[in-house]
Ligand binder design. Structure first.
Ligand code: ATP
Length: 547
């Protein structure tokens, strides 16, 4: 069927004279789809054309201009798209293209038609709103669109750019804040971290060779560039009931001198402005994480015995780890035994040595009693410190695990039990061995291998074993001890205990509690001897010049 036939069939043709061509064509509701066929435009006599409410699509052809007699053109409620053609039909009084998909500007010739004729499209221009403004009136529905003026577009573009810049700026600020926070959390997650500047010249002159008078901050900074990272909030952590009340900054201001370099780092004596002297150990190369470190410090801080040098406080940050102890003015047993050999040193008598041995044994035995896995780990004469009454205080206990990869294991080689391969893993039996070497050192006055910086020292257990027992007295004991009579038997007993402690097989060694009991027994007999009044006057404390 041709389109023409379709039209003729469906159209209700209104004509009085059947010989006349149709002048009124109405297409039945919803009957047609597709584009309007060109043949329609040959019906030039048409006066009324009503194609409303169908499914016509495509463009509205400008060929409607051929229907020069057209007074009514109803195209509403279809699917026409594209622009409204410029219809120059002077008789066209009824015109409606509403509710299609038409776009663009309404041609000048149709601008006099009522608004309703154009609604429901995306059209603009008179009689609707001007192009660039709102069109379609209030009931344009979803089909209405904006057509923006150049000024509006420029405004939107500039606004968008400014908005984008603002967002970038905000993003940048946010990143800076986050980066700042991350940095702070690196330095213990605390604000208030700052650097103490120490002039390098000051550091050099003040701390050179451990000379006293330089500030502790300078001492810490001496080998670094010139900065010490100080964390003002998470400062010193005090352990136990010290009664101490000072801040890290007070410590950094304190005058300091180097006491010596040990296995774990350097020890400083710091004199606070209040006159309180403390010892600060600056740990080197500690691999331990913060949490583990703090837990370890709390554990060590809980250990409390009269023959121990308690850990009073600590400081932790990624760069610096400091341990704070009491300062013991009489120094170490090592300094007493081996220092000032040239002269000016009062020899250590037997009773003082026996008392030191007993005090040290008690301190270590206490440690072992706390837990089967707890050991000192670094027993040697420089870690046996003395108070003003020459009572022994064991220091540096339970720190073996803190030792970093660059520690100097040689320094403890002479005290180390043969089975110890990793100095960070030391058993109680290994402690007993080290204590045995310490007893041998006390009795012979000789320093064990590598225990002194300048001297080679002796492999004490081996050396003593190489001497036949009968010759122990004259060959083995420190000459300073030989002048005391009636104590020979006690000395031999202590020497035998030392030999037992240094047995190559850990199982053959006594426990620290047994060692303690034995020394007490020897010491008691010594006191009885003293009561019988046959040796030196022990009522007066003797003075020794430690180095
Ligand atoms: N609390 C203290 N009071 C007085 N002197 C101390 C104190 N602590 C340590 N010293 C002395 O400071 C010096 C250095 O001590 P430090 O403990 O750092 O090294 P060390 O004992 O030689 O070796 P290690 O680190 O293996 O124990 C030693 O001569 C030591 O006797």
């Amino acid at each position: 069927m041709t389109v023409d036939r379709r039209y003729h069939r469906a159209a209700s043709v209104t004509t009085t004279d059947r010989r006349q061509p149709p002048y009124d064509l109405r297409v039945v509701h919803n009957s047609f789809d597709g584009e309007i066929p060109d043949s329609l435009f040959s019906l030039t006599s048409l006066v009324r054309l009503n194609l409303a409410d169908n499914n016509f699509s495509g463009q509205i052809s400008p060929s409607f201009n051929k229907l020069i007699r057209l007074g009514t053109l109803y195209l509403q409620d279809n699917h026409f798209s594209g622009q409204v053609p410029d219809l120059n039909l002077t008789g066209l009084t009824q015109f409606n293209v509403s509710n299609n998909n038409l776009t663009g500007e309404i041609p000048q010739n149709l601008s006099g038609k009522p608004r309703d004729s154009f609604l429901g499209n995306s059209l603009c221009g008179s009689p609707l709103d001007s192009c660039g403004g709102e069109n379609g009136g209030g009931n344009g529905g979803g089909k209405s669109k904006k057509k923006l003026s150049a000024g509006a577009i420029a405004g939107i573009v500039i606004g968008s750019i400014l908005g984008l810049l603002l967002m970038l700026l905000l993003l940048f600020c946010l990143c800076r804040v986050c980066a700042g926070k991350r940095k702070n959390s690196k330095d213990e997650g605390v604000a208030n971290v700052r650097d103490l500047e120490v002039p390098p010249e000051k550091m050099e002159s003040e701390v050179k060779n451990g000379a006293a008078g330089g500030s502790f901050a300078a001492a810490l900074g001496a080998k670094e560039k010139s900065k010490v990272v100080v964390d003002g909030k998470k400062g010193l952590v005090f352990l136990g009931n010290t009664g101490w009340n000072f801040e890290l900054e007070d410590l950094l201001r304190a005058s300091a001198e180097v006491l010596g370099k040990g296995t774990f780092g350097t020890a400083y004596k710091a004199m606070l402005e209040t006159g309180l002297p403390v010892v600060v150990k600056r740990l080197r190369d500690t691999n331990m994480g913060e949490r583990e470190f703090r837990e370890k410090m709390e554990e060590v801080g809980r250990l409390d015995h009269e023959n121990l040098v308690p850990l009073r406080a600590y400081y932790y940050n990624r760069e610096e780890k400091l341990l704070v102890y009491d300062y013991l003015p009489m120094g170490s047993l090592s300094a007493l035994l081996h220092g000032n050999k040239g002269g000016g040193r009062t020899p250590l008598n037997w009773e003082t040595r026996a008392a030191i041995a007993l005090g040290a044994a008690r301190g270590i035995s206490y440690l072992h009693s706390q837990s089967l896995t707890l050991s000192h780990g670094n027993i040697k004469s420089s870690n046996i410190l003395l108070n003003t009454s020459y009572e022994a205080r064991v220091s540096d206990f339970c720190l073996a695990q803190l030792a970093g990869p660059t520690t100097t294991p040689n320094r403890v080689a002479g005290y180390r039990a043969p089975e110890v391969t990793d100095p960070r893993k030391v058993s109680q039996k290994a402690d007993v061995y080290s204590f045995g070497v310490l007893l041998l050192e006390l009795l012979t006055g000789k320093a064990p291998t590598h225990s002194l910086t300048n001297e080679e020292g002796v492999d004490l257990p081996r050396w003593v074993q190489s001497i036949v027992k009968e010759e122990w007295t004259s060959e083995v004991f420190d000459l300073e001890l030989l002048r005391y009579q009636n104590v020979e038997e006690d000395m031999v007993q202590l020497l035998q205990l030392a030999v037992d402690c240094t047995a190559p097989y850990p199982d053959k060694r006594p426990s620290m509690a047994e060692v303690c009991d034995k020394i007490e027994e020897i010491y008691r007999s010594n006191v009885q001897d003293r009561r019988s009044g046959d040796i030196i006057n022990l009522e007066e404390p003797q003075h020794h010049t430690g180095s």
